[in-house]
Design a protein around this ligand. Structure first.
Ligand code: BES
Ligand code: MN
Ligand code: ZN
Length: 472
């Protein structure tokens, strides 16, 4: 099966090319925290700094010319704490400020891995649909103490996730998500099983089928497994709605325009999988992706319908635009059957999440205190922040249905992200820990290390947490 998404192999090679071995000829980048740091620079350089009126404020860049007009060095301001919560990704602002060329850090780095990763994250461009190709590359010498494999694995995951989200829905349907998952499986010795179309009914995934059946691109459940049987079992479930029209509860145009990103959860889950497999994190990984289009057609599911779910619960449909929780519910039931140690959902689930915390800070729900605490800490340390929200049990009654076991939405306008999380939680009974991430999957305004466009939010956060918890 071929797809429009760059193969993992090609992606890996292109990233390998961006990281140069120590000693390669390169332009030094000096990190400058305060004006005091400038006391050691040469006289000519000091005059240039003075003439430009340059101050080492956070994220500011100064190119310093040499005798012959070449760039002799780069000064990069890291001072102040006005961006403190954003600081881990600050280095990601560099590539946009630098001309194409080869660079190295000449200063000591407190976290070399994160610095290189930030740089690589800032180098990302989505050029798949631009005629004329790309020649404009910035490369970086691997600094002392940096772990090349680790950095490249994380960058590869992020780039893959971004490519998936950025690829428009006409080139990224459920079959393409499957092709990409197969590519990932093949490159890492994972096994993969896909249940497609009417087989979803035969194998008891009725809600994935109901949501996806109105599209001529058939829905499917992708099930990927990797790692030693004996290792801690981590299952991630990613919402893979390739395009969300809202279904019969059609979205208005402005709300629909970005809905190619509604497979952002799947992108984050696959990004996480690449990080885990490339670094051989000692876990037993399972990735479940319900992949479907939420489309409009005569056979579309309707508001007021009552669906049977995999675990037997009957679900009244309040609004066909709340499709994500339906496909996730069937996948969660399957995941829960083997009682994993960690069960985590990634999903672009609600507009309410963005209203509550904005596009950059995904709500994180957890049934386990230690997991929550560790995850928050890790997420902030690596500049992939999440914020805790509650599985607030009293709101569970908002999901009451008069004719079925549960309604999948609450009637009122309140706590939309919380009630969605509570709906999902109903399908988890046996997992040791359950967590849910209501991600936005998109960067609307460019930030350091985060170019505008798709972003597999929280994938690095979860990876970092598990690495600390279970890693070598
Ligand atoms: N994919 C959307 C949620 C979404 C919208 C995420 C915009 C990010 C940006 C989801 O399927 C949806 O439409 N949710 C509805 C639920 C509502 C009908 C209860 C929403 O949030 O409006
Ligand atoms: Mn929707
Ligand atoms: Zn959706």
């Amino acid at each position: 099966m071929s797809t429009h998404v760059m193969s993992l192999d090609a992606l890996h090679k292109s990233l390998e090319d961006l990281v140069l071995e120590p000693g390669a000829p390169s332009i030094p980048i000096e990190l400058v925290t305060s004006a005091d740091d400038l006391s050691g620079i040469g006289e000519r350089e000091a005059r240039w700094v003075e003439a430009r009126g340059w101050k080492p404020s956070q994220g500011s860049v100064l190119l310093v010319p040499g005798e012959n007009g070449e760039i002799e060095k780069v000064l990069f301001g890291t001072g102040g704490d006005d961006w403190a919560q954003d600081a881990p990704m600050l280095i990601g602002a560099l590539p946009d400020a630098l001309p194409a060329g080869d660079y190295r850090f000449s200063s000591t780095l407190s976290n070399p891995d994160l610095a290189v990763l930030g740089f690589l994250k800032g180098c990302y461009r989505f050029t798949r649909y631009k005629s004329g190709g790309e020649s404009d590359v910035r490369r970086l010498v691997l600094p002392e103490g940096a772990d090349r494999t680790h950095i490249l694995a994380l960058a590869e995951g992020v780039y893959l996730g971004r490519n998936l989200i950025n690829t428009p829905a006409n080139d990224l349907g459920p079959a393409d998500l499957e092709a990409v998952a197969r590519d990932i499986a093949n490159s890492s010795g994972a096994t993969i099983k896909v249940t497609e179309g009417s087989s979803l009914l035969a194998d008891n995934f009725p809600m994935i089928h109901a949501v996806g059946r109105a599209s001529d691109r058939s829905p499917r459940l992708i099930d990927l497994r990797w790692g030693a049987e004996s290792a801690p079992r981590v299952t991630v479930v990613g919402k893979g709605i390739c395009f969300d029209t809202g279904g019969l509860n059609l979205k208005p145009g402005n709300a629909m325009s970005l809905m190619k990103k509604d497979m952002g959860g799947a992108a984050a889950a696959l990004a996480f999988a690449v990080m885990v497999m490339r670094t051989k994190l000692p876990i037993r990984l399972r990735v479940l992706i319900p992949a479907a289009d939420n489309s409009v057609a005569g056979n579309a599911f309707r508001p007021g319908d009552v669906l049977q779910s995999r675990n037997g619960m009957t679900v009244e449909i309040g609004n066909t635009d709340a499709e994500g929780r339906l496909v996730l519910a069937d996948a969660l039931s399957l995941a829960d059957e083997e009682a994993p140690d960690y069960l985590v959902t990634f999903a672009t689930l609600t507009g309410a999440a963005r209203v509550a915390l904005g596009p950059d800070l995904p709500p994180f729900y957890s049934t386990d205190e230690a997991f929550a605490e560790g995850m928050l800490k890790s997420s902030h340390a690596v500049g992939d922040p999440v914020w805790r929200m509650p599985f607030w049990a009293p709101y569970d009654k908002l999901l009451k249905s008069n004719i079925a076991d549960v309604n999948h939405i609450s009637e009122g306008p309140f706590a939309g992200s919380v009630t969605a999380a509570l709906f999902l939680k109903r399908f988890v009974e046996h997992a040791k820990r359950y967590a849910h991430l209501d991600i936005y999957g998109w960067v609307p305004r460019q930030q350091p290390g985060r170019p505008r466009g798709g972003e597999p939010h929280a994938a690095r956060a979860l990876y970092e947490y598990l690495r600390g918890e279970l890693g070598a």
